[in-house]
Design a protein around this ligand. Structure first.
Ligand code: NAP
Length: 259
């Protein structure tokens, strides 16, 4: 399917690895020029070089922390007027509800709620003026079904979801569509880190931790970054102009709910 976005320009945050990289690759495959970001320069440059070579699109890289003011300013300066924004950052650490103090919540809110909101506020007005734009926020299945050990994530992402629900409807009339993609478990470094935590806490092997997790997923496996990226590229496409403020689960059926 021709996504109709060849020649558009996208900022994909936190995209040297994992789900962000999956989104960057799928957009590049559709002919979109990219601004890619991550903190670590080495993996970022390596992923950007592969994308340039494989898809022949322009890729600008900015090695910076997207969750702090200076990092975000550097990314926005390099990005200029983008047509597509994919919001992403690392997820908060797991723990118990008794572990988290005010500063832990502030850090989680900064990374997973206030950073995407700041980028939306910076970039969406230009999209509205030009009459076309797409924003996809990578959130989590925890928005629909809480993951108890990820209470910081549950809280911060719920805040972003509420913001997007209202804001997406305020900007849709200008041709700008904002939606959220909710990953269930996907095979990335983040999933490995979570599985390592389970393996250590329960005294089981990593393979056993993964097998137990798969047993709770009707699809019987982890998702891939490529599958995730394809869904993101579709939401950024010309075909998605009537999709507004939605929360789309990509979880292999893991969340057991009718709606
Ligand atoms: P990942 O494999 O660990 O990759 C994270 C990427 O983000 C890396 O490129 C990393 O590079 C970059 N990054 C992290 N923090 C950053 C920051 N502050 N500023 C800029 N770049 C940053 O993680 P993932 O699995 O793709 O997860 C992406 C998001 O989806 C996370 O918020 C995660 O919680 C959420 N999620 C993932 C899953 C899953 O199963 N994978 C499920 C639900 C939700 P650097 O470290 O070099 O910065």
């Amino acid at each position: 399917m021709d996504l109709g976005i060849k020649g558009k320009r996208a900022l994909v945050c936190a995209s040297s690895k994992g789900l962000g990289l999956g989104c960057a690759r799928a957009l590049a495959a559709a002919g979109v020029d990219l601004v890619m970001n991550a903190r670590g320069a080495e993996a970022l440059e390596a992923s950007a070089a592969t994308i340039r070579e494989e898809f022949g699109v322009e890729v600008v890289t900015v090695a910076a922390d997207i969750t702090d003011d200076a990092g975000r300013a550097a990314v926005l300066e390099a990005a200029g007027a983008v047509d597509i924004l994919v919001n992403n950052a690392g997820g908060p650490p797991p723990g118990m509800w008794t572990d988290w103090e005010r500063e832990d919540f502030i850090a989680a809110l900064d990374a997973n709620m206030l950073t995407p909101i700041a980028l939306i506020k910076a970039l969406v007005p230009g999209m509205m003026e030009r009459g076309w734009g797409r924003v996809v926020n990578i959130t989590s299945q925890s928005v629909k079904a809480p993951i108890p050990v990820l209470g910081l994530s549950n809280s911060a992402r719920a805040g972003l979801t509420g913001y997007v629900a209202g804001t997406s409807r305020q900007v849709a009339g200008s041709g700008v569509n904002i939606n959220n993609l909710l990953p269930g478990i996907h095979a990335t470094d983040r999933a490995n880190a979570l599985d390592k935590g389970v393996s250590e806490a329960q005294g089981i092997s990593m393979d056993e931790a993964k097998a137990r997790r798969c047993a709770g997923i009707p699809a019987g496996r982890y998702g891939t970054a490529d599958e995730f990226g394809a869904a993101c590229a579709f939401l950024c496409s010309q075909h998605a102009g009537f999709i507004v403020g939605q929360n789309i689960l990509l979880d292999g059926g893991g969340v057991n709910a009718t709606l």
